[in-house]
Design a protein around this ligand. Sequence first.
Ligand code: FAD
Length: 456
Amino acid sequence: MAERYDLVIVGGGPAGQAAALALEGNGLAIGVIDEQLRPGGQILRQPPREFSVASWMTGKVYAPLLKQLRQFEAATGIDWLGGRSVLGLAPDAGHGFALTVSGRDGVETIRASRVLLATGCQDLAVPLPGWTLPGVYTAGGIQAFVKSQQIVPGNRIVMAGTHPLQLLIAAQIVASGGTVAAVLFAQKRRTMMRQLAGHALKAAREASALLPAGAAMALLQRHRVPVRYGESPVAILGKDRVESLRSTEREIACDAIGLCYGFVPQSALPRMAGADMIAGSRAGGWSTECDAWFRTSVAGLYAAGETTGVAGAAAARTAGTIAGTGIAIDFGLVSEEEATSRVSHARSERARHLEFADLLDTIADPSGHFPRIEAETIVCRCEDVPSATITPLLDGRSANAVKLASRCGMGLCQGRNCEPTLLRLLAGSGRTDEDNGFTARFPARPVMLGDLAAPK
Ligand SMILES: Cc1cc2nc3c(=O)[nH]c(=O)nc-3n(C[C@H](O)[C@H](O)[C@H](O)COP(=O)(O)OP(=O)(O)OC[C@H]3O[C@@H](n4cnc5c(N)ncnc54)[C@H](O)[C@@H]3O)c2cc1C
């Protein structure tokens, strides 16, 4: 590991890899930090090296991403700093940034002149009665088991929500030998079809992005997995763990549930650094505001990929290429004119991907489909705060004030899961000003106090 890097990239997914590759060979000291042991990010979450997995991510749509991943792994001159979580970043006394990082050996500080945040997105956590029972996952949680460990976390799984990604995850479960009891879409099929038809041109331009969904539907049909529309989860039932899901139409016996209402950008680090943020997608959350070269409002800090808005892996890759090239401009390695010509292909590809992402965002829009929260429904699961504790506080207070009064958002996840719910509740109670949500606090990830007290 270098004493000081010219550039640290946080996140080794499609965006982080593309940025590193755009800068490789320029003589810069580049470190890429990721909490995963191996690069790949969310979409190419690699199994451990010791595993031998047949047909891993073989679909045609993954080919360009796999190619880039192999290039990244083969690249020399880029330090891969896997298995480390960035807890926070702050201005360094001299110049640049000091990143506080925790890993297997404890807490350390990594310094860099410039930092690119390519930390991706996360599932939108959606509370409903019974959602804290063991056996309830976000869709991404289930996918992480299946992709990286080849584990199907249940014998009979129900997928429920609004995001079409749940079709892919259901198909991945079935292909891995699991049983999916049903896939439930809260929205009506004809509404989804109308939205798709209304933007037929956008859809046709990105036909390849629709192929995996089509293939997933075909697989689910072959395995007689019911895919139902206009059916929402109402409550999750069970004594010590999930035993069934009650929907608006029926009760379905199951021992695991994947909730899939969409994705929100990972925003803890840019917010902690004081970067300007804008509202995320229709699912909520905060995206990092950037200029055309992915510079944030904080000098020397860049953001790319889904940290700047959820738009899919292909768009994240193009953002990484553009951000990496922009960083080359700022290091004086390339003129703006030359850089502009280098990224012209990435920019036009990106514009196409963003159009499609907007269509997907419309189709998957969870607003209007969130399950009803009862008084006893837990909103903040780290601190066990039920809705009944929060409701009386919705009297015009800010999110921070509700947090202070209720402990909602004060737990291990630092509000990553409950903040979107609280902001929805605040909006529903008539607080219409631009509430900036919780103040982002160090550490962005849980850390042992002993490690913090005695850094390396
Ligand atoms: C569950 C789930 C499933 C998805 N499935 C698809 C799909 O099928 N198709 C599709 O196009 N898109 C999918 N997406 C969206 C997907 O994340 C992206 O399209 C793509 O992976 C984004 O690339 P990225 O480089 O921006 O971020 P990511 O690929 O998510 O990479 C970000 C990396 O940053 C790391 N990281 C984050 N915070 C920290 C930190 N504090 N310290 C250290 N490391 C950190 C993460 O470990 C991760 O490896 C999915 C997203 C999720 C959450």
